[in-house]
Design a binder for this molecule. Sequence first.
Ligand code: HEM
Length: 486
Amino acid sequence: MSDLEFFLFLLSSVFALFLIFNVIKAKQNTLNLPPGTMGWPFIGETIGYLKPYSATSVGEFMEQHISRFGKIFKSHLFGGPTIVSADAELNKFILQNEGRLFECSYPRSIGGILGKWSMLVLVGDMHRDMRIISLNFLSNARLKTHLLPEVEKQTLLVLSSWKDNSTFCAQDEAKKFTFNLMAKHIMSLDPGEAETEQLKKEYITFMKGVVSPPLNFPGTAYRKALNSRSTILKFIERKMEERVWKMKEGRESLEDDDLLGWVLKHSNLSKEQILDLVLSLLFAGHETSSVAIALAIYFLQACPTAVHQLTEEHVGIVKAKKQSGESPELTWDDYRKMEFTQCVINETLRYGNVVRFLHRKAIKDVRYKGYDIPRGWKVLPVIAAVHLDSSHFDRPQRFDPWRWQNNGGSSSSSGATVNNNYMPFGGGPRLCAGSELAKLEMALFIHHLVLNFRWELADADQAFAFPFVDFPKGLPVKVHRHTLNH
Ligand code: HEM
């Protein structure tokens, strides 16, 4: 290519880019996009959006943007133009139209760390297949037969280590409980054993990377997490090979008591797919539930009336079991009697918002309430903003478990039905696969907690959204053992 030809090529390329840019701009000018600001080039408004804030609020960014632009606004977040929704109707519309108008779209760094076969990243048929496996494994039948006794056992194990008048970080204890439960349930690992503790250590490093900026350089939390991911996967792979080997040797039949055995026996997944599934379930099932339990401990210490009512409910359940000569282990029927406890769980998830927003993108041009949502734009349904919206929940800044009594969720004085707007587990075809397990874990933990302890904050602490919810000091509590008359 001569110099002149090269120059002409360069000129025409610049001209073509200019044209494309103007066509896109002209198209956007004809669209009725929601109001909003796009912030700085490349980073947009991401830094403001991710600035930590109290978990029981929507945060300064959302507050300011909602009051300036309304509940649906445009922005530039996580590297792309974005429609942010604090609108209950739009949020439902987005989640119900998964696969038709919108699609799950988590940042690429999440896929890098959780794996390309992780359920959070998959879409379409492959997501459906993985979801069926998870739902089967977390079915109500398994919850009753396998999970309930295990949840109670792991709760008692953690609580029995709490000494009278001792002080510790409640968040760590909640994490210990949910990790042990998932490790047992997924790979039949027993708490306290060397390999379980080793896995827990790797997992902590892994988690730090999931929530850190995706900077893949030596020494960064993200790089360390990628290394931990490989170590954890090697561990799971070894466990998998042991099972298959024992089966081939005829020493053991393949049991489906845990997830690993279940997928080996009932699915045609490849080794790589099984590894990512196991890792993503460990992640999905451990982090969220432990935060939810820590939040319940935190909200309840500030609400003695709720603790009193909970205590009455749980003493009643124990007394009834004794009177009818039943063994002390909790049953599904006992769980079903924990009605006020369910109100406390609902309110904890509404007020604390373990998962604050979801990542989606528009896969078609969408028109909603007169606004255009262009194909390819990111869409963030902010479920926390609806839970803290006074037009849906009466006095949303109050921890009020009683709002869930009678009509299953209507806000207490306004009478508006709130059930529809309560979405702590997401919604539509990607509704949390472990929501029933999460509620069971919380209920059984609360049962043994109120029966055996009183507790108070040992140091001031508060839940923050980073945007993942965390207690900066780990929620230090002082506990006092008590024996109730039951
Ligand atoms: C309080 C505790 C929990 C909360 C608040 C929670 C919340 C959520 C939310 C909001 C989603 C939807 C994500 C999206 O649409 O992008 C989700 C998905 C999921 N959760 Fe949970 N979760 C909790 C506990 C659990 C537990 C204990 C498990 C069990 C292993 C679990 C397994 C899953 C799975 C597998 C998915 C993916 C579902 C799919 O893509 O089809 N979660 N969770």
